[in-house]
Write a protein of this length. Structure first.
Length: 260
């Protein structure tokens, strides 16, 4: 297992219609999404074709929606000691949006925001008996997240924030002209995504790209099931293709895969 601190270990879809989202993403992403289980009947698990887990689906209640919760995807970044990490995050310019709490059988989590306001979960996981490393992120595995892209109000501030807190490295930077630099980020020598300026995006956010076998097939499935394509398909360096859109419940999603 690689270094825990700084690993992307889980991805969570928040949606007001878990059944509708289940039908949509099973068709688009090729996932198997379980119904709620046990005491967590409002929480479903997202599994790849080989059974590896990528994340979960959280049903948003009317109370959550009235409190400001919105449909969307959030990622979880692992930390060695959550309670020791949170003061460091605040000193670096981040904020704690929801205080640390225990999740039975999973670990200790807190909803936080980075120095630019982009939200994510910080988590110290409790590995289940017989469990192994997270399968949520894998650059080449269909069904896993293959790329994590931060849209930041200040790319320079975000680079300093994440490299200092998580030990991420910067293998290279690509000049995107009027859009500014595209800072590739790596963890344990593996490229995990990039940091860039948010441009016209309404707010700073993490954009998670899930790998599918075929972008044209996934895009067609998304539109056939009530989704809307906002950007792409577009070829990107490395031989892949990406597409971005909104699911029928309003959550923004991004996909990466082959253009064929």
């Amino acid at each position: 297992m690689g270094t825990l601190q700084g690993s992307w270990i889980w991805y969570e879809l928040m949606t007001p219609d878990p059944q509708g989202a289940r039908e949509f993403y099973q068709a688009v992403g090729g996932w198997t999404i379980s119904p709620g289980h046990g005491d967590q009947d409002d929480y479903s698990l997202i599994a790849r074709a080989d059974g590896g887990l990528t994340g979960g689906v959280l049903g948003l209640t009317a109370e959550m929606l009235s409190g400001g919760a919105k449909p969307g995807w959030l990622g979880y970044i692992a930390v060695d000691d959550l309670d020791a990490f949170l003061p460091r995050l605040q000193q670096a310019g981040g904020k704690v949006l929801m205080p640390a709490r225990e999740v039975a059988g999973a670990g200790r989590i807190a909803l936080v925001a980075d120095c630019c306001g982009a939200p994510f979960y910080a988590m110290t996981p409790s590995p289940p008996p017989g469990g192994g490393p997270s399968t949520a992120f894998d650059p080449q595995q269909v069904g896993s997240c293959g790329w994590n892209e931060l849209l930041a109000t200040s790319d320079e501030a975000a680079v300093t924030f994440y490299t200092s807190l998580f030990g991420w490295s910067l293998p290279q930077t690509m000049d995107m002209g009027e859009h500014g630099p595209y800072h590739f980020i790596a963890h344990d020598g593996v490229q995990i995504g990039a940091i860039m300026r948010k441009g016209q995006a309404p707010a700073a956010m993490w954009n998670h790209y899930f790998r599918v076998a075929s972008i044209p097939v996934a895009a067609e499935a998304a539109m056939a099931r009530g989704g809307r394509i906002a950007n792409g398909p577009m070829d990107v360096p490395g031989g892949d293709c990406i597409v971005q859109g909104y699911d029928p419940q309003g959550a923004f999603f991004s996909l990466v895969g082959k253009n064929g």
